[in-house]
Design a protein around this ligand. Structure first.
Ligand code: MCA
Ligand code: AMP
Length: 507
């Protein structure tokens, strides 16, 4: 049976080769990946997961979780990964909106999530590590151990859905971006070629695996090129410094690079053998790019992507990597800069809305045809919401965001979602949430409140929202003002607030 994505990812691997080295000394070969993903695919079928069904997964990073992704692809299910920081009330929305038939969670959270799954008619399973009898943990893992390592892949074509990734919305409601087998496969193919990944590569993998960056860019590129990964549970300077000598390449968000530069153990000698450092998900300051080159002699390759579009642009592998730019449109990606309101294409050198079209671009938002229609032009270009400019050499720079979005350490926070929650708090008349510069996370969240009358207890408010939204979205500072600055149309002037609080987190 043809399974577009799986066949493309596992085109011709050396089955005896290590796919993932784990920090505890275990490793997974490509053969293990085939066997374990087959076992899990069999479990999915036994649990009555049908092709097209959504399988939501909120588990700590592990190679087993990657196997669940591959199993979903093989069984024709739609993989729906969730940030481990999401609270049960956030998870409840995703299960209900996606109509997930199965929800796999961390055994440690099963009790809290049981009723959430039940209310949404999703079967609940738990996933722990999955190597042998002694190490198994969780109902799903146990079923996998008992299942057959043979599985005939379900037939899936290029346009069939492979995954839904939720991105927060400007209205406060998260939108599920529907990604097809070919959206993912075509983009991986392009990146493998452009970044020259081969089976000699060893990728230092320290990103979370519930986002496009750590899941599709890092893992699909590694699989397709037959490379190995050093698969770390998360980012820490200690782990990166320990494992870098065995790696050839790393993908990270700018916080990875600024943290490494703040560590004297990160030296030119340590990085000397590294073939490639890639950065994305948030703006890499030109000064970080320069400082990194001064320290290591290597130029970080910055690229630009989005959940809805996978990767759109990249600085060149060979050739000038221009600091402060995200490089050229990828082969097969049409990118233009337009006037936001009219959609009229602008000449190079003018700032406008970045719009893209290509096999990488998603087909729309799950069950939101109107939202989808709003974000596509009639000729099929997707309006990214980013503002950009193309210079005389063809390099794209992102100069701002048309959308009200904060990016903190590579995580997206839509102010509206936080404002809606703050507005609900006792005594709050209204609120505005802005992102201001932060030395570690790039940007961080400040909430500005207006009281209905009298005093507001900011600590009590912070305490009250603690269990309602993920920690990374919670304001790091709440301030109370008499009124919010507004323009003549009555719109809150967020630029004024960003300016007022710009030094909040400076060193
Ligand atoms: C953790 N915390 C955060 C963040 N991460 N707060 C704000 N922003 C964050 N990104 C919270 C923790 O809950 C903790 O809260 C406190 O901050 C300190 O945590 P710390 O231990 O310093 O953080 P960490 O565990 O070291 O994580 C920081 C990190 C991580 C390594 C930068 O956030 C990360 O791996 N980010 C990468 C995100 C990513 O992959 N983005 C790609 C999505 P408390 O105060 O309770 O202690 S974008 C994408 O996929 C598109 C397509 C693209 O272009 O790539
Ligand atoms: P997400 O919705 O999580 O996929 O985040 C996508 C957004 O991250 C984009 O629309 C950009 O605003 C931002 N982004 C991704 N890569 C870069 C980059 N290299 N420079 C600046 N912003 C970026």
């Amino acid at each position: 049976m043809v399974n577009h994505l799986f066949d493309g990812l596992f085109a011709n691997p050396d089955l005896a080769k290590s796919l993932a080295h784990l920090p505890d000394g275990r490793w997974y070969t490509y053969q293990d990946a085939l066997d374990v993903s087959a076992r899990i695919a069999n479990v999915l079928v036994d649990l009555d997961v049908k092709p097209g069904d959504r399988v939501a997964v909120q588990v700590p990073k592990s190679i087993e979780a990657v196997m669940v992704y591959l199993a979903c692809v093989r069984a024709g299910a739609v993989f729906l990964p969730l940030n481990t920081a999401y609270t049960p009330s956030e998870v409840e929305y995703f299960l209900s909106d996606a109509g997930a038939s199965l929800f796999i969670c961390d055994p440690a959270n099963a009790e809290d999530l049981e009723s959430v799954a039940a209310q949404n008619n999703a079967k609940l399973e738990t996933l722990g590590v999955f190597v042998n009898e002694e190490m198994s943990a969780g109902s799903f893992s146990d079923k996998g151990l008992a299942a057959s390592p043979q599985f005939e892949n379900v037939s899936r074509g290029a346009d069939d859905l492979a995954a839904i990734l939720y991105t927060s919305g400007t209205t406060g409601r998260s939108k599920g971006a529907m990604l097809s087998h070919d959206n993912l496969l075509s983009n991986s193919k392009t990146l493998v070629n452009l970044w020259q990944f081969t089976s000699d590569d060893v990728l230092l993998h320290a990103l979370p695996i519930f986002h496009t960056h750590g899941l599709f860019v890092a893992i699909n590129v590694s699989l397709m090129s037959g490379a190995s990964m050093i698969f770390l549970p998360g980012f820490s300077n200690d782990a990166i410094i320990e494992h870098m000598p065995k790696a050839t390449s790393m993908m990270g968000v700018p916080t990875f690079y600024t943290r490494l530069l703040g560590d004297d153990r990160f030296t030119r000698e340590l990085a000397d053998h590294m073939r490639l450092f890639i950065s994305g998900s948030a703006p890499l300051l030109a000064e970080t790019h320069v400082e990194f080159e001064t320290r290591t002699g290597k130029r970080i390759l910055e690229r630009y992507g989005m959940t809805e579009t996978n990767m759109n642009t990249s600085n060149p592998y060979d050739g000038e990597r221009k600091a402060g730019t995200v490089g050229f449109p990828l082969p097969g990606v049409n990118l233009r800069i337009c006037e936001a309101t009219t959609g009229k294409e602008l000449p190079n050198g003018e700032v406008g809305s970045i719009e893209v079209k290509g096999d990488n671009v998603f087909s729309g938002y799950w069950k939101m045809p109107e939202k989808t229609a709003e974000e596509f032009r009639e000729d099929g270009f997707f309006i990214t919401g980013d503002l950009g400019i193309i210079d005389e050499d063809g390099y794209v720079s992102i100069v701002g965001r048309g959308k009200d979005l904060i990016i903190s350490g590579g995580y997206n926070i839509y102010p509206k979602e936080v404002e809606l929650l703050l507005d609900e708090q006792a005594g709050v008349l209204e609120s505005a949430v802005v992102g201001v510069p932060h030395p570690d996370f790039g940007e961080s969240v400040v909430g500005v409140l207006v009281a209905q009358s009298g005093e507001l207890d900011c600590d009590a408010i912070l305490n009250n929202i603690k269990d309602k939204i993920a920690r990374f979205k919670q304001p790091r500072l709440l301030v109370v003002v008499d009124e919010l600055p507004r323009n003549t149309m009555g719109k809150v002037q967020k630029n004024v607030l960003r300016d007022t609080y710009k030094d909040t987190f400076s060193n």
